[in-house]
Design a binder for this molecule. Structure first.
Ligand code: GYE
Length: 310
């Protein structure tokens, strides 16, 4: 279907495209960088941005999307806090002829006509990269030398695409080595505080933790605080693998407190604005746009840290 904002009087001043963006929240360094990128790119592209922060609550995001529909914006973009429960509000957008772009996170709707495209990372692949590093570095990661590599996992927000997919990718990669297993896994909601609290409880319950796999840098940084408070040395007594590669994470990696980071690129703004212009103009866009990402060891983090933008 096509939606043409300029016909129904909904366009911004000087005929600008109006985008309503419903952000997840401000839970992590990644999210802050993502928000900055979207705001800067909208400005550069001459797109008028209506922006809302859902504070990690789905009901707030749904409310924001409904208000964008009411305001007859030209295009709605959002990063769904969880995967499920979007069909009703997306039907409303479709009925109002307002195209929707998913950015960063996916929905699990079977009806793909409810959105134009999905721009974001391959989270399963990110989890696999984390697990593959551990398999390759298994000998070094058996810190207590008992022959078993005991991993604890700090999960992202329950029900969020990156939490589900990173756990899945990691689990499938570590199957390659039967000495590696995840003994405990709990959500830290992608926040530093959440990571710290969950890690404290893991450390109280189990003295033989070799490795932490945290679904983002912020939770890994929280885990570092908990590990240090327990009198242990992060990166040595307990190995840490995270995802994102934001500046604070990369700093900890280069200081030896984190062992490996899988990059997840938050700078989606330019690509999003480009897609929005095409969608509003009724042009074809690919249904999936995957961002390119790499991984970092401690040495690589030290090399690139000074130039890291976020
Ligand atoms: O990894 C995490 C953030 O959806 C990819 O959300 C994003 C994730 C990111 O809070 O730091």
């Amino acid at each position: 279907f096509s939606a043409c904002g300029s016909d129904d009087g909904s366009s911004g001043k000087d005929g600008e495209i109006v985008m309503g963006f419903a952000q997840v929240g401000a839970e992590s360094g990644w999210r802050t960088a993502n928000t900055d990128s979207i705001k800067a790119s909208a400005e550069a592209a001459g797109i008028e941005l209506k922006f809302s922060d859902a504070q990690q609550k789905q009901e707030n995001q749904i409310q924001a999307i409904r208000s964008y529909i009411q305001q007859k914006v030209d295009v709605i973009a959002f990063s769904p806090v969880v995967e499920t429960g979007w069909d009703a509000v997306l039907q409303e957008a479709k009925a109002a002829n307002i195209p929707v772009i998913l950015t960063d996170r996916a929905v699990d709707s079977e009806d793909t006509s409810l959105y134009e495209t999905f721009l974001g990372s391959d989270f399963v692949l990110e989890g696999e990269k984390a697990g593959e590093w551990l398999v390759e570095n298994a000998a070094d990661s058996d810190v207590d030398g008992d022959g078993d590599i005991n991993v604890v996992q700090l999960e992202g927000t329950t029900g969020a695409a990156p939490a589900i997919d990173r756990a899945e990718g990691f689990a499938s990669a570590i199957e390659a080595d039967s000495s590696i297993s995840v003994s405990a896994s709990q959500t830290g909601d992608f926040t530093r505080d959440g990571g710290k609290q969950v890690m404290e409880s893991f450390l109280n319950a189990d003295k033989s933790i070799d490795v932490v796999f945290a679904h983002n840098d912020d939770m890994g940084l929280g885990a570092i605080e908990a590990i240090e408070a327990a009198g242990l040395e992060p990166g040595k007594d307990i190995k840490i693998i995270t995802v994102d590669a934001v500046k604070d994470g990369m700093t900890a990696l280069s200081e030896g407190k984190i062992n490996f980071i899988v990059e997840c690129n938050p700078l989606l703004g330019d690509q999003l604005m480009e897609l929005a212009k095409k969608v509003v103009a009724g042009e074809e866009v690919p249904e999936r746009v995957v961002t390119e990402e790499t991984t970092f060891t401690q040495e690589q983090a030290t090399e690139v840290l000074a130039d890291r933008k976020y």
